[in-house]
Design a protein around this ligand. Structure first.
Ligand code: ADP
Length: 957
């Protein structure tokens, strides 16, 4: 309920004129208000209160009426409850509030006048409570206060927050009367008034004075003009006018007229006694005066201290007001004890709501914990700086606060922590902005580097983001001819680079799969080959790979067109070379076949002629025919050997042999010629192991080559065959074969060339000694194939020492395998197998005849088949003890015939022996692979044929 008191004295003059008149001063003063609305507490007797009829009266009613009269400014005085009065100032419904104490918390809200009255504020207790003697004894009690009362701040400053608010003093005292509260805080003057009025003086007692309040007047913050005008108005009130009002409301002297008579008599009676007491009184007065003096001095000191304290408090309040930081006092448990903040909007709640609360009740967990950490750190170490707290405040914005905490001790010995909290939101934002700018600069910088690198790269590069081709570098443009405008998107690229729809489909599939693999792995796009069509329709073979980057990728293009073209050319060249090689090989095979076939006839007939009894000169001619035949055969063998070696087709045997057999064989072959020339022939084995594993045929061939040359080029003296152990190499030995002669020797300058194919010392050699110039070349190549080499030391006119080395495995002695005597083999066949039927498969009539002639003495029954087909027919119907099979025949060759015969159940085990002019190693292998059991080359050596026949006919089936 708000009671508006319209003061009666309405001056009709304009307010400014009225004030000007009263003051008699000039127009330099601030404009006076046209009217003034004053508010105050309606239950503060005798200043302002309601009487029993509910009417407002009191000292201030009279004072403001006087002020109105003095200034001519109409005054509306509203007396209402104290909290409402403060709200009215806050929201502009009133201009001035009266009877207000100055507190730090109120500084931001009001402009205060000078104090005009000192007022004790007191803590009262119910008479049933004892021991309340100071603020520290209030802990744990509920203290009753009037809402909006300054004592709330005072109590909070002492850490007392257990406060119960009431709308006015009447309600507060009623609650105290009901024992709802046992303690309460009241200004002493109104308290006494109400105790008296409600007859409750005996129920309560004054416990102690909390502090001295000072009444002031105040306007809204910033409204100093009104305050100044009000103060000026107050100064217009004369001291005697104010004294009269004070006398009316604070103290009227008693009217003693009624009681005078009685007092007069009393005084007379007492006069005598007074005289008696005078002396005693004098002494006492002196004592009292002395005490009073001491007390006054103490009081003066106290006042001084109080003034200093209040000045310090005020400067602290002003300081806190001036700085934007907030100051909090906490107990070590994390409860708010005190809050000083110039801006409430930076607090999570109003100071009144914070005090007494625990941090965790008012702040989010993380922020509360940070403050608790700061409190703990300061409580232990004395101080703590630099922690930061992030809070979302009422304005919805996020704020950052930096904390500085320090420890303090209270008068009562308690530890407290002061925490200064500074809003650093703006500073932080600025820092963040600087950081972001720095980062952006770095990114820009690295982008620039990347761009330069991208452009300068010698490889074509494209950078794609999503479906867009963001950049292509210079090399890309040079390579493909496409410019950025031609291929703004990947879709364009696919269309232009792969115009053939089928190939494009295939490329897209491959590319998508590569992207998927890269995404699943480390982002690296593996390089795959694509055929890209350039802008000018030219095609290029490219390896395209790259690296995924976010939702894009960098593609790298490596041009392999030249490599592919070179490969194609090389492939063609190789095919041509292979074809030429094939032609050469088949020519050689043909030539060999063609020469061997007639040679078989020549040597066969020579042999058969020799069987008859001939005159000596014819025997001599047969010898010559035979020598010529063998020579021709040797020549053709050399030619085949060298061409095979050079084609890399010569395969060495790996078989056990006796070293002696090689030397003996060579020795036996040259012995006759050496003897004919009167040359001494010697053999020396050194300490070479005799049983070795390697290719005895090729060793024999090399040694024979050297030995026959030695005999050929030596007319007198000797020829020595030697083997030397050069070194042991694990399971192997390195063996040196030497042939030394005392022949013509060789000029040093010619030695190098001798080992080249077709080279002889000079052309005259051919005329004088014959030869093809192939022997040394073959020997050296064979030696190298066997892991060694060949060479010669020679002195012209004194002789030569030819040597070659070979790396051979050391073997063990084989089971005795004595070569059978030639004549006895043929006889053996006769005695053991005569009458057995063999099938001779041969198309050439002359060779048929030669073979039949050769076998005539074996007693075997020979049936002829002119080609493979006839042989197959015959084999289907008959059994044979053995089949001799030519290879090259019309209608059906020997290989095919063999395969088919082998399918006949009767001939699965029949020995089939090749007898063919196809004398190469691979021919032999093909025969064995087709199912034949052995191989005899044409021209046929009778001994070899007989041995082979004897072995296979005698083998149990
Ligand atoms: P051919 O003996 O068939 O001509 P070779 O390759 O065996 O072929 O020999 C090449 C040449 O080396 C011979 O023609 C000859 O001039 C020379 N030569 C080989 N052996 C001797 C030797 N023991 N004494 C002197 N000269 C030799």
């Amino acid at each position: 309920m708000i009671m508006r008191l319209a003061l009666g004295l309405m001056i009709m003059l304009p307010a400014s004129l009225a004030v000007a008149n009263a003051e008699g001063t000039g127009a330099h003063r601030p404009m006076a208000p046209r009217s003034l609305h004053v508010v105050g507490d309606d239950n503060y007797p005798p200043y302002l209160f309601r009487n029993d009829d509910g009417e407002v009266e009191g000292y201030l009613v009279d004072l403001w009426r006087l002020w109105e009269r003095k200034t001519g400014v109409p005054v509306t005085l509203t007396a209402t409850n104290w909290a409402e009065a403060q709200r009215m100032i806050a929201d502009g419904r009133a201009d001035l509030i009266d009877m207000i104490y100055r507190t730090p918390q109120r500084e931001p809200l009001y402009e205060f006048s000078a104090p005009y009255a000192d007022l004790p504020v007191v803590i009262y207790t119910h008479t049933t409570i004892g021991g309340i003697s100071g603020v520290s004894t209030l802990k744990g009690f509920q203290i009753g206060v009037q809402s909006g009362d300054a004592c709330i701040h005072q109590l909070a400053n002492h850490g007392i927050t257990t406060i119960v608010e009431y709308p006015n003093y009447t309600a507060l005292l009623a609650a105290a009367g009901r024992h709802e509260i046992k303690l309460f805080c009241l200004d002493e003057y109104p308290a006494n008034f109400y105790f008296y009025k409600t007859h409750t003086q005996g129920d309560f007692r004054k416990a102690f004075e909390l502090y001295q309040g000072q009444f002031r007047r105040a306007t809204r913050k910033g409204d100093t003009a009104t305050l100044t005008r009000v103060e000026e108005g107050m100064r217009l009130i004369l001291p005697e006018e104010d004294a009269a009002l004070r006398k009316k409301w604070f103290g009227t002297p008693l009217d003693i007229g009624v009681y005078g008579r009685y007092i007069g008599w009393g005084l007379l009676v007492a006069a005598g006694a007074a005289l008696l007491l005078a002396a005693l009184s004098m002494a006492l007065r002196r004592q009292v005066a002395h005490k009073t003096q001491t007390l006054n001095a103490a009081l003066a000191e106290l006042r001084e201290a109080h003034a200093a304290t209040s000045e310090a408090e005020q400067s602290l309040a002003a300081t806190l007001q001036a700085i934007p930081d907030m100051l909090f006092e906490f107990d070590t448990g994390g409860h708010y004890v005190n809050v000083f903040a110039s801006r409430d909007d930076l607090l999570v709640a109003s100071p009144a709501k914070l005090i007494g609360k625990h941090l965790t009740e008012v702040m989010p967990g993380q922020a509360a914990q940070t403050v608790i950490d700061a409190i703990n750190a300061a409580a232990t170490r004395g101080h703590d700086y630099g922690r930061m707290v992030r809070l979302s405040l009422g304005d919805g914005a996020e704020h950052w606060f930096e904390l500085s905490a320090t420890r303090k001790q209270t008068g009562g010995g308690e530890t407290r922590v002061l925490v200064l909290s500074r809003d650093i939101t703006e500073r932080r934002e600025a820092e963040q902005a600087i950081l972001a700018a720095k980062e952006a600069a770095l990114v820009a910088d690295s982008n620039r580097h990347f761009r330069a690198l991208f452009e300068a790269a010698p490889v074509a590069l494209a950078y794609c983001q999503g479906e867009r081709i963001e950049s292509i570098n210079q090399r890309f443009i040079e390579l493909f001819g496409y410019r950025p405008a031609d291929i703004p998107t990947l879709a364009e690229w696919w269309l232009q680079a792969y115009p053939d729809p089928d190939y494009r489909q295939q490329v897209l599939q491959t590319w998508d799969a590569a992207i998927a693999r890269a995404a699943a792995g480390d982002g690296r796009l593996e390089g795959l080959e694509y055929c890209v069509t350039c802008k000018g329709a030219e095609k290029r073979n490219m390896i395209i790979g790259g690296q995924l980057l976010g939702d894009g990728f960098i593609a790298t293009f490596t041009d392999i067109t030249l490599i592919r073209e070179t490969e194609a050319t090389l492939k063609l060249a190789k095919e041509a070379a292979d074809a030429a090689n094939m032609a050469k090989s088949s020519f050689l095979a043909n030539m060999s076949h063609e020469i061997r076939t007639p040679m078989n006839a020549i040597l066969g007939y020579t042999r058969s002629l020799r069987r008859g009894s001939l005159p000596p000169e014819q025997v001599d001619r047969l010898d010559k025919i035979e020598d010529a035949g063998h020579h021709l055969l040797a020549v053709i063998n050399d030619i085949l050997d060298i061409s095979k070696i050079e084609a890399g087709k010569l395969v060495l045997e790996h078989t056990g042999f006796h070293l002696g057999s090689i030397i003996d064989y060579v020795r036996s072959l040259i012995a006759e010629a050496a003897e004919a020339k009167g040359l001494e022939l010697s053999v020396d084995y050194d300490e070479v192991p005799l049983y070795l594993i390697g290719d005895p045929t090729r060793l024999r061939q090399g040694l024979l080559n050297f030995a026959s040359n030695a005999v050929k080029f030596t007319s007198t003296g000797r020829v020595a065959l030697r083997t030397r152990l050069e070194a042991w190499e694990g399971e192997h030995v390195r063996v040196r074969f030497e042939v030394e002669d005392t022949g013509i020797g060789i000029e040093p300058g010619q030695v190098q060339d001798l080992f080249q194919a077709f080279r002889q010392v000079d052309a005259s050699t051919t005329r004088k000694y014959g030869g093809t110039g192939l022997g040394l070349a073959i020997t050296q190549r064979l030696a190298r194939l066997m892991g060694g080499d060949a060479g010669v030391d020679s002195t012209p006119g004194a002789g030569s020492r030819f040597w070659f080395t070979a790396r051979l495995e050391v073997g063990i002695a084989p089971a005795e395998d004595k070569p059978a005597e030639t004549s006895s083999t043929e006889a053996q066949i006769h005695s053991l197998h005569a009458g057995k039927r063999i099938l001779l498969v041969e198309d050439d009539p002359v060779n048929q005849e030669v073979a039949i002639e050769l076998l005539s003495e074996t007693g075997l029954e020979i049936e002829l088949a002119g080609n493979g087909r006839i042989a197959l027919d015959k084999a289907s119907n008959s059994a044979y003890a053995l089949i001799l099979m030519d290879m090259q025949m019309p209608e059906m060759g020997g290989l095919e015939a063999t395969r088919l015969i082998r399918e006949l159940p009767a001939h699965r085990l029949t020995p089939i022996i090749a007898m063919t002019a196809n004398a190469f190693d691979e021919d032999k292998e093909r025969c064995l692979a087709a199912g034949m059991n052995d191989f005899v080359a044409k021209p046929v050596e009778p001994e070899r044929l007989f041995t082979t026949l004897a072995r296979w006919l005698g083998r149990p089936r």
